[in-house]
Structures are given as C-alpha cells and as structure tokens.
Design a protein around this ligand. Structure first.
Ligand code: GDP
Ligand code: IMO
Ligand code: MG
Length: 428
C-alpha cells in the first residue's frame, strides 16, 4: 500500500494531525501538499501536546521523512520558529525535505492579506492573516517567489521587483500604506536562504523514487474539502486545493499511484471564519460543543463555530475526494446529549436537496433537514474497541456510515494517539 492520502472532509480542524500521527509508525514519508501556516494541527503524544502549522505532522514520528511539497506556501521565519521549538523539545527535524518549487510568503503578502480583509469589510473571508491568499494569487499571476529563487540573488531581485511593481501601486494608492522597498525584501529573503539550502531538493523525484522502491508515502492535507478553492464554499474558502486532487499537483505524484484516500470527519461540525454553515448552532448547544470539544483555533485562537453533523457535506466530500475510508473523530464529545440531530438533506426555499447545492445563492439559503438519534450517557473517553461502545453510540456511528459515502474505519474517542477504535486498517 504505497500512497495514502489524508484530507479534511468538513471545514477544517477535524483531527487530521492526530490521524496522520497515528499512522506515523507505518509510513516512510509524510508530505504536506497544500496550504501553509494557516493550518493548525494538534497532536498529543504521551500526554505532551504539539501544535504544528507548516510542518507535516509526521515530523513527530522517528523514522519518517517529512516533506513540504511544491504546492505549499512557506513563511520561512515561521518554518524556523517551528523547527527550533521542536528541536528544543528533543524532536529530530534533520530529515525535513522542502521542494524548491514551493512558493515563499514574503512579508508584504501578510500585509496584503490584512489590508484586503479590512477593505472587504462585511464581505471579508475571515482569513488567518498569514498571507496565504496573496501568495497563491502571486503564484497564479506568475509573479511569485519560489524557494529556488532565494539561491540566485539576481533572479530574486528581478522577481521581487516584478512582484512589487503593481503591489506598491495598490498599497500606496488604494490601501494608503507605505511603499515596500525592493532592497528591504531582497535582503530579508537572502538572510533567510542559507539555513534553508540543505533541506531543498526536487521532492517530486524523491517521492516517486520512494514509491518505486515500495516505500509508503502519506499525504497530509491542510484545511479541508469545504475550504477548497474549487470544491468548497467559494468565496469563503482558502486559496489552495485541499481535496485529494491537490495531492498530485501539490507534490508531483500522479493519480495512478494513490491507493487510499482517507477523509477525516468530526462527529459534529465546526467552522472558523466567515461563510455559510447550514447546521450551525446559535444556542447554548453550540456553546456546549465549543466548550466540551475545546473548539478554539490552534492558529488564531478564534472560537470555532459549532453545529451538528452534516451528512450532505460528508457525502459530497466522499464524492469529490474519492474517499475509500472515513476517520470519524471526537465521538466522545457527544456523550451526554439526549438526542443527536444529523442533517440528512437541505431545504432550499421549499425545495429538498439530497445533495450539495453547488450554487452559492442556494447554499446560503440551505436549511438543514434533521434526523434524530438517541444519545448515550456512558463515558466513552479513550475506548479502544467498537464493542465496548454503548449501543446508541454504535448505532450513531453505523447510521453516519450509511449516509456518508464511505466506510468508517477509525473512530476517535479522545485526543491521544491510542484513544482510537480501529475497525479497518488504514495502511496495509
Ligand atoms: P486538524 O487541523 O484537522 O489537525 O485538527 P486540529 O488539531 O486543529 O483540531 C482537532 C482537535 O481535536 C485537536 O485539539 C485534537 O487534539 C482533538 N482531537 C482529535 N481527535 C479527537 C478525538 O477523537 N476526541 C477528542 N476529544 N479530541 C480529539
Ligand atoms: P487546518 O489545516 C480551519 C479558514 C480561515 C478562513 C479561510 C481562509 O487546521 O484544518 P486563509 O488564511 O487560508 O486564506 O483563510 O479558511 N482556514 C481554516 N479553518 N482550519 C484550517 O486549517 C484553516 N485554514 C484556513 O479561517 O475562513
Ligand atoms: Mg486545525
């Protein structure tokens, strides 16, 4: 089983970090293929909590080679901070490989992110402010700075000039900010280059060779299906392909090599930032899920919006990712809820939708149609076998499996590595 993909199936923070970490001992490479330090993955090992942003969660597993693929956008200062923080806690980070074709987030794009959001006012996206959108825009506009460029001063200067040409017009004339000086940026980036050099390589070549040798490669998605630039709730999305398709473009590994696609889904739903969220709760139940589930962002500390499980989203995600397996997380958080609503379809202005309306206007009007499942009061925290779950919890999982488009292979009953029920092996 050489190439396995892990993607988020809702609006992020489903527990991808834990899922990746759980597979760490069975894989040789863990590859990040999209996004940047907008991601925040919490991994708990032996009671120790690690928060990862730019680095693949596999960096915590000894023996794994962590890889940052070409589809990622890199804030180099953040990268060094994260590496230093892990090293100071005794984690070996020396195997990290970085694609030279990955794009760099220059400081002016963090500025652009923030001023653009302010300018959008009530139409803002609620971004993480990390410069993700502007850096992907530069990539598509062909004025981006790639890691390779840092090692050729002449090229770097020309590229920074090209990028700032229009951006300074915008910054000064539209956003009323000061002009960014080319030399300042060139110096900043050159100053960061040397430490990076030994990590930089043609990661697509490395990964394809590894697959040829029968090694196991795990691709760890940042963000999630509903935040995907193409398949998510556009424009309230991130700027990369967080779905399984992004693996190929974001790593240089072809689709024929991918065997398993694992979708991570919470037993309820959360969302950070703006945008439609049909099952969102605005009452004390929402606060209950937020508090019990510890739903506060790892990256920005923002409280996550909470709502019930949405099977329409799950089915959609299974479809656009081609999911083979689902990792259901945070089942323990639902303990004690008398009756658990699950959204099975939407009502859009009086019309029933069994599948996701891909038209934005319709989705903004979507009201959940719920089915209700009896809850359980028994403590299930840390349970490791399906049989030990109370009957109602088992039935809830089986009902979700029936509605969600793929088999539920693993169930989370707590944040730690071993707070997990395995029904089907995810890597074999
Ligand atoms: P990611 O961005 O998808 O990696 O997810 P985050 O790390 O942002 O958010 C998931 C949170 O849920 C983290 O705090 C995890 O430690 C925690 N978590 C993951 N799985 C479970 C689970 O099954 N039960 C509980 N109670 N917490 C979990
Ligand atoms: P992980 O990997 C949850 C959201 C932001 C905002 C939108 C765009 O931890 O699941 P961006 O800064 O990417 O331009 O913001 O996307 N967002 C996330 N929400 N989890 C994430 O990552 C997210 N990464 C971005 O809140 O609504
Ligand atoms: Mg997260």
């Amino acid at each position: 089983m050489p190439a396995v993909v892990v993607v988020g199936s809702q609006w992020g923070d489903e527990g991808k970090g834990k899922a990746t970490d759980q597979l760490g001992s069975q894989v040789d490479y863990v590859v990040k293929f999209n996004g940047g330090n907008n991601a925040g993955h919490t991994v708990v090992i032996d009671g120790e909590k690690y928060a990862l942003h730019l680095l693949p969660s596999g960096i915590l597993s000894p023996g794994v080679t962590p890889v940052i693929g070409n589809g990622v956008v890199i804030d180099i200062e953040v990268l060094y901070q994260e590496l230093d923080a892990l090293e100071s806690r005794g984690v070996d980070t020396s195997k990290l490989l970085i694609s030279g074709s990955a794009h760099v987030i220059p400081s002016y794009n963090r500025t652009m992110d923030k001023v653009t959001e302010r300018f959008l006012g009530k139409r803002r996206i609620g971004t993480t402010g990390r410069g993700i959108g502007p850096t992907y825009s530069d990539k598509i506009n062909r004025v981006g700075i790639r890691v390779w460029d840092l090692f050729d001063e002449k090229i770097l200067r020309a590229k920074v000039e090209g990028a700032l040409d229009q951006k300074n017009q915008l910054l000064v004339k539209v956003f009323n900010r000061r002009e960014v000086l080319v030399e300042e940026i060139v110096e900043e980036l050159l100053g960061l280059a040397e430490r990076l050099r030994p990590m930089v390589t043609d990661t697509a070549l490395v990964l394809n060779k590894a697959l040829d040798e029968g090694k196991t490669v795990l691709f760890e998605g940042g963000q999630a299906t509903m935040l995907d630039i193409d398949h998510g709730t556009y424009p309230f999305v991130t700027s990369s392909n967080a779905t399984a398709g992004g693996v190929c473009t974001g790593s240089g590994v072809g689709p024929t090599r991918i065997d398993r696609v694992i979708g991570v889904i919470k037993a309820y739903t959360t969302r950070v930032g703006e945008g439609p969220f049909p099952t969102e709760l605005f009452d004390e139940m929402g606060i209950y899920l937020q508090t019990t589930g510890g739903e506060y962002g790892v990256t920005t500390g923002r409280a996550r919006r909470c709502g019930w499980y949405d099977a329409v989203v799950a089915r959609y995600s299974s479809r656009v990712n081609g999911l083979t397996d689902i990792v259901l997380t945070k089942l323990d958080v639902l303990t004690g809820i008398e009756e658990i609503p699950v959204c099975v379809a939407y009502d859009v202005d009086g019309v029933r939708y069994d599948e996701m309306p891909t038209d934005q206007s319709a989705y903004h009007h979507a009201k959940p149609i719920f089915e209700y499942f009896p809850g359980w009061t028994e403590d299930i925290f840390g349970i490791k076998t399906f049989e030990e779950l109370p009957k109602n919890a088992q039935d809830y999982v089986l009902a979700l499996e029936k509605m969600s488009g793929a088999r539920i292979s693993s169930i989370g009953t707590g944040p730690a590595r071993d707070h997990t029920i395995i029904r089907h092996a995810l890597v074999d």
